[in-house]
Design a binder for this molecule. Structure first.
Ligand SMILES: Cc1cc2nc3c(=O)[nH]c(=O)nc-3n(C[C@H](O)[C@H](O)[C@H](O)COP(=O)(O)O)c2cc1C
Length: 211
């Protein structure tokens, strides 16, 4: 099946059937998420891979209208952005890149210093939002990879980030929950959305071609 076939197959599943996503499929989805591009290659986010039922139960009251979906999910992926760009975080990424490429440690100092000087005055809130934007690219990759693996994936913004941060201890880790992906398998008999047509903005309206 082509990528487009898989994207047409997927939908934002409202009712899962309780089956577990096998580890190899989960690994594939997470690897696609890890391979996502990000601004300056910083990958300024972490993915929490949650299978623990007690934790999922704790998250339910902070998950708005998605509460029912959580009863039968296999895993929840919480994409959590950095709460800001720091010298330490940026150094770690650049040090690793240079070490893995066998390049001298100071090769990218100018680039790195310019980057930090650019981000610094924009403030922590801007930085957290910028990090979250990068997380959404990874989130999109995970959605596409899940479709390829015939795993259902419901994108979720309907949750209370502060409550998630508290329950998952994200603040202590310098992270902020940005977006959630519920993984599992559709319950075809009980999902009202499963057979409804996929609707998108018509191409003529969606695109502006400048030739
Ligand atoms: C960032 C984002 C957040 C979303 N949040 C929710 C949500 O909280 N609950 C839900 O049931 N669907 C949620 N959706 C699903 C959208 O409503 C759905 O993707 C859209 O209507 C297109 O339908 P489709 O995904 O079935 O093709 C979200 C989708 C995205 C991309």
């Amino acid at each position: 099946m082509s990528l487009l076939d898989n994207l047409n197959w997927r939908y934002a599943t409202k009712k899962m059937n309780g089956n577990t996503v096998p580890q190899e499929k989960l690994d594939y989805i997470l690897e696609a998420a890890r391979l996502a591009p990000s601004s300056s290659g910083l990958q300024p986010y972490t993915i929490l891979v949650i299978k623990n039922r007690e934790v999922i139960e704790k998250l339910k009251p902070a998950s708005m209208m998605n509460e029912r979906l959580f009863d039968d999910v296999s895993h929840l992926l919480v994409f959590a952005s950095w709460n800001g760009y720091t010298q330490e975080r940026v150094d770690e990424v650049f040090d690793r890149t240079l070490a893995e490429r066998g390049l001298p440690g100071n090769t990218m100092d100018d680039y790195k210093n310019n980057l930090l000087a650019h981000y610094e005055p924009l403030g922590k809130e801007w930085q957290t939002n910028h990090s979250a934007k990068q997380a959404y690219i990874s989130f999109g990759m995970a959605i596409a990879a899940a479709a390829e693996q015939k795993v259902d994936a419901t994108p979720i913004e309907g949750f209370v980030p502060d409550a998630y941060d508290e329950i998952l201890g994200l603040k202590e880790k310098g992270l902020k929950s940005a977006v959630v992906l519920a993984l599992g398998y559709r319950d075809e008999a009980n999902d009202w959305l499963v057979n409804l047509k996929k609707v998108r903005t018509p191409k003529e309206q969606f695109l502006i071609e400048i030739n």
